[in-house]
Design a binder for this molecule. Structure first.
Ligand SMILES: Nc1nc2c(ncn2[C@@H]2O[C@H](COP(=O)(O)OP(=O)(O)OP(=O)(O)O)[C@@H](O)[C@H]2O)c(=O)[nH]1
Ligand SMILES: [Mg+2]
Length: 304
């Protein structure tokens, strides 16, 4: 018999699939699914799939087909030198950063934003706001707001902004993404204490998280649906044409239309309205720096 279901998580090529009120442990039938040869993991948390069951092995199934995805959150897997899809079919990307421990890294936020599908709703969350927010961090967050990103301040420790975040993700499938140790799982526990997700300590030596969550997990609940993901240390941007990168920096776009050269990549070309806007302070210099760094990375590595 063939059933339809949704993948909650996969560990070592065994996928836990929810179908109706039942859960099944599934493997992929055959070596690979059609049209998924080029990615390292063909099935990710959130995938809608078809699977075969038979009476001889109750609770187990074989995945035969995967439906097309409406959204993807992926990263470049350096070890395998291939894209790795972490979570799919969500309609809200929640990017979590922390005030400190680990320190706020705007470059990292810009990379996730650049990788994010511009058509998918995104919200930035600055967690650990119980710690002192430096003028520099608050100035960067104000700029994200200015350029149109929705932004929330939270503390899983003292409860600030938790209700706000909870109402923001209601009736959506929300992916929690960000560096290790910023408090993704702690925030989810603060909103939904019944989850008891494992949270980790911050390494004193390196002032960063220890990759406590080690696989992405879709957690469907009444009125809420969330995907907790493992923290990533570095984000490499890929699959974006150099000439399209500017569209991932929405505040650059109105200026880029006025560049003299239609093929302007806003580096050192003459009569570039984007670099002009950086000089005038209409584009934050940090954002421009992120853009240049990402552009040179994708061109150097030919990942587009
Ligand atoms: N001061 C403070 N500490 C927090 C806050 N939120 C989380 N933490 C602490 O940060 C540490 C890491 O939290 P986690 O929830 O495991 O972080 P994560 O983002 O899920 O990390 P990975 O699973 O490794 O990606 C824990 O020691 C938490 O107690 C907060 O709002 N304030
Ligand atoms: Mg976690």
């Amino acid at each position: 018999m063939i059933l339809q279901g949704q993948v909650l998580y996969g560990i070592n090529n065994i996928y836990t699939v929810e179908s109706g009120s039942m859960r099944y442990e599934c493997r992929i039938k055959g070596k690979i699914l059609k049209s998924t040869e080029t990615v390292y993991n063909p099935i990710a948390a959130g995938d809608c799939i078809s699977f075969e069951i038979d009476d001889s092995s109750p609770g187990k199934g074989m995945i035969t087909e995967r439906s097309s995805r409406t959204s993807e959150y992926s990263r470049w897997n350096r070890k395998r030198n291939a894209p790795q899809v972490i979570a799919v079919n969500f309609d809200l990307l929640v990017i979590i950063a922390s005030v400190d421990q680990p320190p706020f890294r705007p470059r990292f936020v810009d990379r996730i934003l650049a990788m994010a599908d511009p058509l998918i709703e995104t919200v930035l969350v600055l967690n650990k706001s119980d710690q002192e927010i430096s003028a520099q961090v608050s100035e960067r967050m104000d700029d994200y707001k200015r350029i149109g990103y929705d932004y929330l301040l939270t503390s899983a420790k003292n409860g600030k902004g938790i209700d706000n975040l909870k109402s923001r993700i209601k009736f959506k499938t929300a992916v929690f993404a960000g560096q290790s140790g910023v408090g993704k799982s702690t925030l989810l526990n603060a909103m939904f204490p019944e989850l008891h997700l494992r949270v980790g300590e911050i390494s004193e030596k390196y002032n960063r998280g220890r990759h406590t969550t080690n696989y992405a997990r879709l957690i469907p609940m009444n009125q809420y649906s969330i995907i907790d993901t493992p923290g990533i240390r570095e984000i490499e941007v890929f699959n974006i044409e150099p000439s399209d990168l500017v569209f991932r920096f929405p505040e650059f776009v109105p200026f880029s239309r006025n560049c003299f050269y239609p093929s302007c990549l806003h580096r050192e070309e003459p009569c570039c309205s984007v670099t002009e806007a950086v000089k005038n302070g209409q584009i934050h210099k940090d954002r421009y720096f992120s853009y240049i760094k990402i552009l040179s990375d994708i061109m150097k590595k030919n990942r587009y």
